[in-house]
Design a protein around this ligand. Structure first.
Ligand code: O7M
Length: 214
């Protein structure tokens, strides 16, 4: 995946009106949006279709898919039918569940991102000790895209070393969670940024400020 200005907007607003207004303001400098549960649960999966129809964005659906293979397939099927270009799935559920997502993505010519370690402090409790193994599993499976934290640069670097230079890493945690955009992009291909942009009084300027730091 190619990401304009190496920044993905996390569009975690709670209604389509706000989502559309932000997208209109930022569409010149962005070409990739991440839609997760906040907007989807508020507005339905149509939010994905509507953004795809209205804007020229690639849409990554952040549904952190983490179920048995049969259910993962159905979740991915609905998401890709709505027009998503990619979906994010959890790795801790194991190879069969991730493979179900990858297989469904293949049917739609879409992509899968494998979530390794998360960016929040609580990820240290259970996820961190297994994150390297999750990344290695992804490599063994031929997964090309990963999510790794901007809040712990040493861990981002270690995960990059495991997945290799040709893998595509997107990294959340820049801005509000404390991560630095420039440092993050030393190891990640794109930074995922949400509140620091969409909660700003001037979202265009907030985005441009990040771009100027890169
Ligand atoms: O910049 P923020 O903190 O407002 O938003 C960050 C976004 O990235 C938000 O949508 C989170 O749900 C998401 N995210 C994390 O913050 N940490 C993670 O470890 C993983 C994700 C994510 O995108 O998962 C794939």
């Amino acid at each position: 995946m190619k990401v304009k200005n190496n920044i993905i907007l996390a569009l975690d607003v709670m209604n389509m009106k706000e989502a559309t207004e932000i997208c209109e303001k930022l569409e010149k400098d962005l070409d990739t949006i991440k839609i997760g549960y906040p907007l989807t649960l508020a507005e339905g999966l149509e939010a994905v279709s509507e953004i795809k129809e209205t804007f020229n964005f690639k849409v990554i659906c952040d549904y952190k898919v983490a179920d048995i293979p049969a259910t993962n397939s159905k979740i991915c099927n609905q998401t890709f039918k709505a027009g998503a270009d990619a979906i994010i799935c959890h790795g801790f559920v194991g190879q069969d569940s991730v493979q179900a997502c990858a297989d469904e993505a293949g049917e739609f010519n879409a992509e899968v991102f494998l979530l390794t370690e998360m960016s929040h402090p609580g990820a240290k409790l259970f996820l961190q000790e297994n994150a390297d193994a999750i990344a290695k599993m992804g490599v063994d499976m031929g997964i090309k895209n990963y999510v790794a934290p901007a809040t712990r640069i040493n861990r981002l670097k270690e995960i990059r070393e495991i997945v290799g230079k040709d893998a595509f890493i997107i990294s959340p945690g820049v801005g509000k969670q404390g991560g630095d955009v420039k440092e993050t992009l030393t190891y990640a291909n794109a930074a995922i940024i949400g509140r620091s942009i969409y909660e700003s009084d001037d979202s265009q300027k907030a985005l441009k400020d990040f771009i100027s730091l890169i």
